[in-house]
Design a protein around this ligand. Structure first.
Ligand code: DX5
Ligand code: ZN
Length: 230
């Protein structure tokens, strides 16, 4: 894939200026805005709900990539869809019927995503690929920004790349957690096509430069893999 998608995670933004931060990453060349919804139950942190999605929606046409770290997720899918989410991604552990949840997201006219925690096997998504638009590999345990990249997930990214390619489905493979200029090359080499980055974008002095650096990891991805993970 030529164009690597960059989705800054709002979690690392200045929460007193969310609208300005959204505009700033759009100007800086981001493709999507990633929104981390946490409930203090499925993950040990609390962020925001559909009201923030709704408040940001009119500011831009940029796709809003909503990552639900809530359980149960099903009762809130319609609220996030109505608030203006374009993509809604759920963890298989957040409910008993992943197939039904993905059907519900598609039924709301949104792109449906499955998020795999570090310990969740690729098989969790193997039989629902026909209902899946996005697969997100967590390279940290969900709940917080700024954590260290878990390198054992590179093999999972590569396995999902093979699974997606042999399925013939049009599925975007995202990676979330600990993505920096040091780790981006390795995940791209393993087959990811969308990088989610909080700290590496919102923590940088120049958002455009940070986004450019992450995207530029693509051509030197093979070298980076060898360099970073020997
Ligand atoms: C963690 C979230 C991530 C987080 C990534 O639960 O899903 O999207 O914002 O933050 P960084 O890029 O700082 O690891
Ligand atoms: Zn996320």
């Amino acid at each position: 894939m030529d164009h690597i998608l960059i989705a800054p995670s709002l979690l690392a933004a200045n929460f007193a200026k969310l609208g300005e931060e959204f505009a700033a990453v759009e100007r800086a060349g981001a493709d999507w805005l990633h929104l981390d919804v946490m409930d203090g139950h499925f993950v040990p942190n609390i962020t925001f709900g559909p009201l923030i999605v709704k408040a940001l929606r009119p500011l831009s046409n940029m796709p809003l990539d909503v990552h639900l770290m809530i359980a149960p997720a099903d009762p809130y899918l319609a609220a996030f869809a109505e608030a203006g989410a374009d993509h809604i991604s759920v963890h298989p552990e957040a409910g008993p019927h992943l197939h039904r949840t993905l059907q519900a997201i598609r039924g709301l006219g949104k792109k449906a995503g499955v998020v795999l925690n570090p310990a969740t096997p690729v098989e969790a998504v193997a039989h629902v690929l026909d209902l899946t638009d996005l697969i997100m590999v967590m390279t940290v345990n969900p709940g917080f920004g700024g954590q260290a990249f878990i390198a054992s997930q590179l093999a999972k990214i590569a396995a999902l790349r093979r699974m997606i390619d042999s399925s013939g489905q049009n599925i975007i493979l995202q990676v979330d957690g600990g993505i920096t200029d040091k780790t981006a090359g390795a995940v791209l080499a393993a087959g990811a096509t969308c990088l989610i980055a909080g700290t590496a974008v919102f923590g940088a002095p120049d958002y455009a430069e940070a986004i450019k650096t992450l995207r530029a990891a693509a051509p030197r991805k093979t070298a980076a893999l060898a360099e970073s993970f020997g």
